[in-house]
Design a protein around this ligand. Structure first.
Ligand SMILES: Cc1cc2nc3c(=O)[nH]c(=O)nc-3n(C[C@H](O)[C@H](O)[C@H](O)COP(=O)(O)OP(=O)(O)OC[C@H]3O[C@@H](n4cnc5c(N)ncnc54)[C@H](O)[C@@H]3O)c2cc1C
Length: 398
């Protein structure tokens, strides 16, 4: 990427590179590098607090709320260098989702109440949008909030709530008017997850981990002052949030790190003719992914360099980044799985397996767990089919 940046951008990249490698503890970066679940919560909190202390946790917020007056390319460098240094990213629910919504649409009172704690992750937010029958078609959501005096009474269910087991608060889309066009009756409500009547239930995934949850609301009382912006304008705020969710979703830096790991594992895997890395078919596969990743990086920079800083309308071209980025992330986890082979099958207790490994470097056993876990990337943040729909309508005019 460096040969595409101007002098100031190169200096900025160098500064961020050094910052991440000197300020963020190495054990945190190692756990992030191997995709370990150990320490997920504590590592994210510790890292975000260090970033926040230096003004690097929420650069995408307005300067008045603690953000940075950066260009889109600087924001890209900030994120890409973070991924290359294997630094856990600021919690997306706080930094890229509810924070910008409150910052842009909230009253001064709600900003003062929530933004500092959100930037410093004193509040861990969860995202309560999806429901069992409202995912891609989110506007069909049914969870209701009925106003009674100075409270809303909330009833319904959310699902796929990522890391909801750690959630202090949940930002939700709720139906406040069932009698109008479905998009026009939705509000954006902040709910304390310790409220009586709110229950979190784990969903176990095929990788054996506990990353997502169901959240149930049974007559949960929510003070009206927890409404963000205006009642029944929640769909506008949700569209703004979902546009931000796609920012940086291509995860080029993270994929580059994983590809480097794949090469190291392939080099350590002995075959009759030397190592797997010397196998022409295998190295052709690695080279193809490398070239596609480079092309994605160029596309990302091309899109970023023509974007206006601070633009609040989602750029439909980000659907290309989401689509290709997801595909490549999955391709690389498939590559890693093929290298590890049957040794990865015992992934459920990967720590124990790691100690049994003699031929592969530390961390290799997590490859299969990551493979299963990464089936998600073509679903969340808008599924690949939905991205194809956006590309065909908004970019190709079909
Ligand atoms: C790991 C993970 C974490 C998540 N975390 C959260 C979270 O924290 N909070 C939250 O609110 N949600 C979360 N989600 C939910 C996520 O946003 C939804 O899963 C996603 O929007 C898809 O919705 P759905 O699962 O209901 O599938 P559906 O919308 O029912 O889709 C089913 C299938 O139909 C296809 N499809 C749907 N509509 C179209 C269309 N118009 N054109 C072509 N094909 C279509 C889809 O691509 C998919 O293959 C998470 C999901 C996953 C997998």
């Amino acid at each position: 990427m460096d040969n595409l940046l101007n002098k100031e951008e190169l200096e900025f990249a160098e500064h961020m590179r050094e910052f991440y490698r000197t300020e963020i503890p190495e054990d945190i970066r190692y756990r992030q590098a191997i995709g370990s679940e150990e320490g997920t919560h504590d590592d994210v909190v510790a890292t975000q607090r260090i970033l926040n202390k230096h003004g690097y946790a929420v650069p995408n917020w307005s300067v008045a709320s603690g953000g940075q007056d950066w260009t889109p390319v600087q924001r890209h460098i900030w994120l890409n260098e973070m991924q290359l240094a294997c630094v856990p990213q600021p919690l997306a629910f706080n930094a890229s989702m509810v924070g910008p919504v409150i910052d842009t649409f909230g009253s001064q009172e709600i900003k003062d109440r929530f933004l500092p704690a959100t930037a410093n992750i004193d509040i861990w937010w969860s995202q309560g949008f999806s429901e069992p029958n409202a995912g891609s078609d989110l506007a069909s959501l049914k969870t209701s909030a009925v106003k009674q005096g100075d409270k809303y009474i909330v009833n319904g269910q959310k699902t796929w709530t990522t890391l909801g087991q750690y959630g202090d608060w949940i930002f939700t889309l709720v139906r406040t008017d069932p009698n109008v066009k479905k998009q026009a009756g939705i509000s954006f409500l902040l709910i304390d997850m310790k409220s009586p009547g709110l229950t979190v239930r784990p969903i176990q995934l095929i990788d054996g981990g506990h990353e997502v949850n169901e959240v149930f609301f049974d007559n949960v009382e929510v003070p009206v002052e927890n409404l963000v912006g205006e009642e029944n304008k929640g769909w506008t705020y949700a569209k703004f949030l979902l546009g931000n969710e796609r920012t940086g979703i291509a995860r080029v830096g993270e994929s580059q790190v994983k590809l480097a790991r794949a090469k190291a594992y392939a080099a350590a895997t002995k075959t009759a003719k030397g190592s797997l890395l010397n196998d022409p078919a295998f190295s052709a596969r690695i080279t193809t992914i490398e070239a596609e990743l480079k092309a994605l990086e160029f596309t990302q920079l091309r899109i970023l360099s023509t974007q206006v800083a601070g633009a609040d309308k989602p750029d439909p071209r980000s659907s290309i980044l989401k689509l290709r980025g997801s595909r490549l992330q999955q391709d690389i986890t498939e590559l890693l799985t093929d290298i590890v082979g049957p040794q990865g099958l015992d992934f459920v207790d990967s720590r124990e397996v790691r100690t049994k490994f003699t031929t592969l470097p530390h961390g290799a056993a997590d490859a299969l767990k990551t493979y299963f876990n990464y089936r998600k990337v073509s679903i969340y943040g808008g599924s690949s089919e939905v991205q194809l729909g956006i590309i065909s309508k908004a970019l190709l005019g079909l």
